[in-house]
Each structure stands twice: as structure tokens, then as C-alpha cells.
Design a protein around this ligand. Structure first.
Ligand code: NAD
Length: 308
């Protein structure tokens, strides 16, 4: 698929979708977009995108429609609902960039297939920064000839990895990635709170861990950027982490794995959610652990700004 005068559809223009849609426009793809959030639509309209009233309208005008949606039920509605893309006149391919799990992905793929529409499962990893810079990991599963035709377009978002030829396979891979990432963040925060309680300096702990064998994406990126600074602005909510880790555990348990460590991490995420933290940034998980120890994991820079 090359940039042509033909319209490409994009539904779901949030933290990830908004940035990916903008990259397509910058590479010369004329877009027709939809989101329930008027502000998100306006941003893309200002960049030149055409705006549709609902998903079906997008699919009336675009042969290929990308989706970047927050939850499995939303994907089902956007794809198969009353005003879903399934009823569009022109659509032939849906490329789902969301993390929705393999169960709904397979269900939606089967229903679309019955209408002659192919679903390509293409979840991404790398956060808002990766979406902005085009450095995401894009995991792809679907019909090989269609994937081949989309490869150059998907490369606009980042590095493309072929996970398999059946929708759902890339979703499982993405969930396994997030299970690791979210477990690593939860465990790293517990370790830092315990260290801070014992009087260890948070900046020093992170420096040492990152020079040693405990390092992971939380200690290298999320914690220095959003926890030590107390900015809590990584760009992914606790509700999203609960969704991902929940889907991951359920899919792995359905495969016969007990998932003992992952289930403990899931409980911690769920605890923060149940305390009302669903909309807060995932890095603010630390604020639910700190009261247990009576300390804060605050870096030097944030300590200075607190004194002022
Ligand atoms: P987001 O909540 O910022 O964006 C989702 C967008 O979908 C919002 O703009 C929302 O208004 C829109 N939306 C909701 N219901 C809709 C509907 N019925 N029709 C049309 N639009 C609708 O979420 P995000 O962070 O951009 O994540 C999108 C997907 O990508 C999720 O599945 C998420 O798990 C995954 N993901 C997120 C990150 C991240 O770091 N943010 C990283 C990788 C993958």
C-alpha cells in the first residue's frame, strides 16, 4: 500500500492513534478519521484529515481502515456495531493497532471475513514516544499477501515483526510483552519503596540497578522520567495496565499456564484501580505503595522543586 490520492481510514485518535495518524498524513496519506472525542478529531482535521460522522462513513470512503481503540468491547462496536465499519461500502481491510486480546480479535476477524473484509492484527509497543517518532514495535498477524502489501505503511509506525498468519497471534505476543513490562514496573516500584524506607537514595538505586542485572524498561525509562521527577506523565493509565495484564493472565491460563507471578502483579494493579486510580498514569502506581512504608520515592530534582 503506497501513499496515493485514495483515502485511508483511521478510527481512534488518542495518545497512540493521534500520533500514528499524524505520521501517515506527513507521509502523504490523505486520511478520513473518526473518534468519539471531538477534540481529538479537531487536531487531525487541522492537519488536513477529512472527518466522518461514524465508523461506517469512514468505511464508505476508505478501502483500508486503521483502528487504535481502548478496549475489546469498543473494537467490537466500531467493527461490528450498527454504525460499524463492517457495513461500509468500500472497506476491504481493517488493520487493528489496539491491544484488545486474541479472543475478540478472532471473533471480529471471523465476522468481518463473512462480509469479505480482512482483519490484520497489528498491536504496537513503545508508548507515546514511539508513536510520535515512528519507533514502535509493530507485531503483525494476518493473511501474508495482504500483510506484504501493508508492510511499507506499517513501517511508518516502527519496526514490523511478523507474528503469524492468523489474527490473534500478534495480540497474544503483545499481551506477553505487556505482562512483562507491567510486572517489571510493579516489582521495581516495590523494590524502590522498600529501599527508600531503609534510607537508600532513589537516584542512586536507579543508577546502580541500571548498571547491574536488575535493569528493565521501568528502571531505565518510566521510573527516571515519571516517578523520580514525580511528573507521573508516562502516558498510559492504570486502567489500561489492568486491561492488558488481565487479558494476558486470562489468555495464558486458558493455555494451561497457572501464571503465579503474573497473577500477583495483576492483584497490585487491580488494588490501585479499586482505590479509584483507573484514570491516573500507570507510573503513579508507586503512590499506592508509599503509604505502606511511610516514604516517597522522590529524585533529587523533584526534592529541590518541592522545597521551593
Ligand atoms: P486513548 O484512550 O488515548 O485513545 C483511544 C481513543 O479511542 C480515544 O481518543 C477515544 O476517544 C477513542 N474512542 C473510544 N471509544 C471510541 C469509539 N466508540 N469510537 C471511536 N473512537 C473511540 O488510548 P491509547 O493510549 O491511544 O491506546 C490505544 C490502544 O493502543 C489501546 O488498546 C492501548 O492498550 C494500546 N497501546 C497504548 C500504548 C500507550 O502507551 N498509550 C502503547 C501501546 C499500545
Amino acid at each position: 500500500m503506497a501513499a496515493t490520492a485514495e483515502l485511508t481510514g483511521f478510527i481512534g485518535l488518542g495518545v497512540m492513534g493521534g500520533r500514528m495518524a499524524r505520521r501517515l498524513i506527513e507521509r502523504g496519506y490523505p486520511l478520513i478519521v473518526y473518534d468519539v472525542n471531538a477534540a481529538a478529531v479537531k487536531t487531525l482535521a487541522k492537519l488536513g484529515a477529512r472527518v466522518a460522522k461514524h465508523p461506517r462513513k469512514v468505511a464508505d470512503h476508505a478501502r483500508v481502515v486503521f483502528t487504535s481503540l481502548p478496549a475489546p468491547a469498543v473494537l467490537r462496536e466500531v467493527a461490528l456495531g450498527e454504525q460499524g465499519v463492517k457495513r461500509g461500502k468500500k472497506i476491504k481491510i481493517v488493520v487493528d493497532l489496539s491491544t484488545t486480546g486474541s479472543k475478540v480479535e478472532k471473533e471480529v476477524a471471523a465476522s468481518l471475513r463473512a462480509s469479505g473484509i480482512t482483519l490484520i492484527d497489528a498491536p504496537v509497543s513503545g508508548g507515546a514516544t514511539g508513536a510520535e517518532k515512528g519507533t514502535l514495535a509493530v507485531m503483525v498477524a494476518g493473511k501474508p499477501n495482504i500483510v506484504a502489501g501493508l508492510r511499507n505503511t506499517l513501517a511508518i509506525f516502527g519496526k514490523v515483526f511478523i507474528a503469524g498468519s492468523e489474527p490473534g497471534q500478534a495480540q497474544l505476543l503483545k499481551l506477553l510483552n505487556n505482562l512483562l513490562s507491567q510486572t517489571a514496573l510493579a516489582m521495581s516500584l516495590e523494590a524502590l519503596v522498600a529501599g527508600a524506607k531503609a534510607g537508600l537514595d532513589p537516584d542512586l538505586m536507579i543508577d546502580v540497578i541500571n548498571a547491574g542485572s536488575g535493569r528493565n524498561t521501568a528502571t531505565e525509562d518510566k521510573i527516571p522520567r515519571a516517578v523520580l521527577t514525580r511528573k507521573f506523565d508516562f502516558g498510559f493509565p492504570i486502567a489500561g495496565a489492568c486491561k492488558d495484564i488481565g487479558l494476558a493472565i486470562e489468555e495464558c491460563q486458558a493455555l494451561g499456564m497457572p501464571m503465579i507471578v503474573g497473577s500477583a502483579a495483576r492483584q497490585l494493579w487491580q488494588f490501585a484501580y479499586n482505590q479509584g486510580g483507573g484514570k491516573r498514569d500507570m507510573t503513579s502506581l508507586v503512590t499506592y505503595l508509599e503509604p505502606w512504608a511511610g516514604v516517597e520515592v522522590r529524585g533529587k530534582a523533584a526534592r529541590k522543586s518541592k522545597r521551593r
